[in-house]
Write a protein that binds this ligand. Sequence first.
Ligand code: MEV
Length: 332
Amino acid sequence: MQSITYTASSPGKLILCGEHAVVYGRPAIALPLRDLRATVAVMPAPSPGIHFAALDLSDKWRLDQRPDDSLSLLVGETLRYLNAQPNLALMIRITSVIPIASGMGSGAAVATALVRALAAFFTADLSAATISELVYQNERRLHGTPSGIDNTVVAFEQPIWFERKNQTHTPHPSSLTPSMEPITIAAPFTLLIADTGVRSATKLPVGDLRRRWQADTPRYEALFDQIGGVAHAVRAALAEGNMPELGRLLDQNHVLLCELGVSSTELDTLVAAAKHAGALGAKLSGAGWGGVMLALVDPGDATRVAASLRTAGAASVLETMVTAAEISANRL
Ligand code: MEV
């Protein structure tokens, strides 16, 4: 075992379009948020056992005290994967600047940084695909039926086109196999990300939508088809650098998400405020019922639209420049 500290970090994420429908086999586009990161440090502990310290939450526990905690289970699985010796004395320190339950992938980022830091500690070279798969199992424990888009964009840390493809012609989400492709972004563009301040666990709107889909499958399948069509058109607009078209499509995606029943008064208020202040397009991002929305803006309009978002009740506003290679997010 090594005697020094190993640290790894992972970005948050933003879903540009296609959330929820992606669980049911339609495509979606996700972006990593390079400057909004979770960091995990792994080091030897002075006493036996695996010790966790979630510093932002002032929470500490030992793995054997909370064996069913999702991070405890993830550590167990990762150590088994790494063939690490049992009876370790390890300290795992977690910090994150990604707001929890806000639609920005905080859970996937913490889990990914944790797997990366453990792999570094045990000098193992895990591929992004392996890390993503380990984190996907963790997402399943937290969310029940995740599409896998969050763990994939966070582990690969690049803008992605993500789809769970139907291999069996059975229209059930669990029978779909994930696939990911990089996307072409012809021209950089600016997004504002405004947080409603309302925390909502992903599994709640996802589970509620699942029940409604079961009760009226044709209605929801038709909405998912329309959202899938929007995702294809967004991909084309990004490849052409056509910002007015991208804005129009984001608006359309928000209307469809409202029809799915995953928006909220707070999200709709921020979307309307952004549009009123001159955003090219705006929509909720992530699971909904709270969390964040995004607005596509001309860079020169960013300050004005951000001010309107704050006046309309946004708890915080980030400005994000999206380019082919990297995405940075700065607090305004
Ligand atoms: C959550 O970030 C995105 C959802 O589509 C759920 C999922 O894809 O697992 C709402």
